[in-house]
Design a protein around this ligand. Structure first.
Ligand SMILES: Cc1cc2nc3c(=O)[nH]c(=O)nc-3n(C[C@H](O)[C@H](O)[C@H](O)COP(=O)(O)OP(=O)(O)OC[C@H]3O[C@@H](n4cnc5c(N)ncnc54)[C@H](O)[C@@H]3O)c2cc1C
Length: 402
């Protein structure tokens, strides 16, 4: 069978049930005397026609057919993202969420840890909620690489069949998970802000903003396993560590041909920043188009350095090349949840709010009293930022000097 799906004319009675069942208008039938025809350009291999045909007249290549035995897939897996032996905090957030999901379907929470000489991190993963850690420890996995990491994860998924697979929607997570989802035929939903289990079906309910953040869509993957989701850092609460917790460490062997990659890491060039990364900052001082030119970000940096804060930016400022993309907050940037967020010369469009509105305290500084940012602000200052910021910085410097 060369095509992924075909109609077996010898069995087909030309009833047209498959045409009616196809949600993608991918099957046509000229008249009741003709056999239906599948348009492979439109077909998504969802399997609706196979289920609708009472005569077993539609055949799908085995590797493309919807899964029939979903019960073979067990446990909630969390990709334990680490860099130079330090776990990314999103791993702890996902372990916390993973525990809640796993408890509701009576399954285990497992962390998947890849790297070199990273075994000590398994203790931290147990303390944060993992029941089991799958460890692949090899020198060629010391640094993250798409190809090798994806190949190892695909192999582990084939070996152990997880029901749910969660990863942070970080640069690494976004790049990795899409490569894993295709060969494992997982159902993948990116950038989820909410996860739950449907008690009636056991399906993972994956909620994420859609249509520019105007609606929240809940997505299910009822015919695919694992159910895969990426979640942005800081959207979910971290599981507090319990150092008394222990778990099972499963060391997995991996054949060399699986880990072999075509790309080679030459060197790592860290971004040089005088202020804290916004992903870790408790205070963020963010600027937008109101700053007028890149040099004016120096004003914000001064305030940020005084407060030990990170510097954030709106997309308008990033698109204008005033500051690097790694500083962008919002729907297509980072989601942040600091204790204090200063929004300076930022209007507060919905795509920006999507990344910062859960901050504990929001201080907005804008010359337009009707700017939407004031609707979410805890404190608002209406005025010219060029007059306000130097005074604010001087006042904080004076206070902190005491
Ligand atoms: C699909 C999509 C994804 C997007 N993703 C993001 C995202 O991730 N993050 C993001 O930020 N945006 C995102 N945007 C863009 C978003 O819609 C806005 O265009 C952007 O946030 C506007 O940035 P801003 O507030 O800096 O600029 P503006 O909307 O131009 O606001 C500038 C503000 O500065 C004020 N101002 C001007 N001068 C002064 C002064 N001297 N003193 C005080 N205040 C002053 C003005 O009153 C104004 O309110 C996205 C858009 C789309 C369509």
């Amino acid at each position: 069978m060369t095509d992924p799906i075909r109609i077996i004319n010898e069995k087909c009675v030309r009833c047209g049930a498959c045409v009616r069942a196809c949600p993608f208008d991918a099957i046509t039938q000229a008249d009741r005397k003709s056999f239906p025809v599948i348009d492979l350009q439109k077909c998504t291999l969802c399997g609706a026609c196979v289920q609708a045909c009472k005569f077993d007249a539609i055949e799908m290549r085995e590797s493309c057919a919807p899964l029939t035995d979903l019960s073979a897939f067990r446990d909630v897996w969390v990709f334990a993202e680490q860099h130079e032996g330090r776990l990314h905090s999103v791993t702890f957030e996902l372990l916390g969420e993973g525990r809640k999901l796993a408890q509701s379907i009576q399954m285990k929470v497992c962390a998947v840890l890849l790297g070199h000489q990273v075994e000590p991190l398994s203790k931290e993963l147990f303390a944060r909620g993992a029941d089991r850690v799958y460890l692949v420890d090899r020198p060629d996995l010391a640094h993250y690489q798409d190809e090798a990491y994806a190949a190892v994860l695909v192999e582990l998924i084939r070996r152990h069949k997880p029901n749910v697979f969660l990863s942070g929607a970080t640069t690494v997570g976004r790049s990795l998970v899409s490569r894993v989802a295709v060969p494992t035929r997982a159902g993948l939903t990116a950038d989820c802000t909410g996860l739950a289990i449907d008690p009636a079906t056991g399906n993972l309910l994956q909620t994420r903003p859609a249509f520019g953040g105007n609606i929240m869509a809940t997505i299910i993957a009822p015919n695919a396993r694992p159910q895969m989701a990426t979640v942005r850092p800081k959207v979910m609460k971290e599981q507090a560590p319990d150092p008394t917790r222990t778990g099972e460490l499963v060391v997995e062997a991996m054949a060399d041909e699986i880990v072999r990659a075509r790309a080679r890491r030459v060197r790592f060039v860290p971004e040089v920043e005088s202020t804290v990364s916004i992903a870790d900052a408790n205070i963020i001082v963010a600027g937008g188009r109101g700053l007028q030119k890149p040099e004016n970000f120096a004003l914000l940096r001064q305030l940020a350095e005084t407060l030990g804060a990170g510097v954030g930016a709106s997309r308008a400022a990033v698109d204008a090349n005033w500051i690097a993309y790694s500083h962008q907050v919002g729907q297509t940037g980072k989601t942040v949840c600091p204790k204090i967020y200063f929004a300076i010369g930022i209007s507060g469009q919905i795509q920006h709010l999507a990344g910062m509105s859960s901050s504990d305290i929001i201080v907005a500084i804008n010359k337009d009293p009707d700017a939407p940012i004031f609707k979410v602000a805890t404190y608002g200052i209406v005025g010219d930022l060029f007059a306000i910021i130097p005074k604010l910085t001087a006042a904080f410097q004076k206070m902190l000097a005491k």
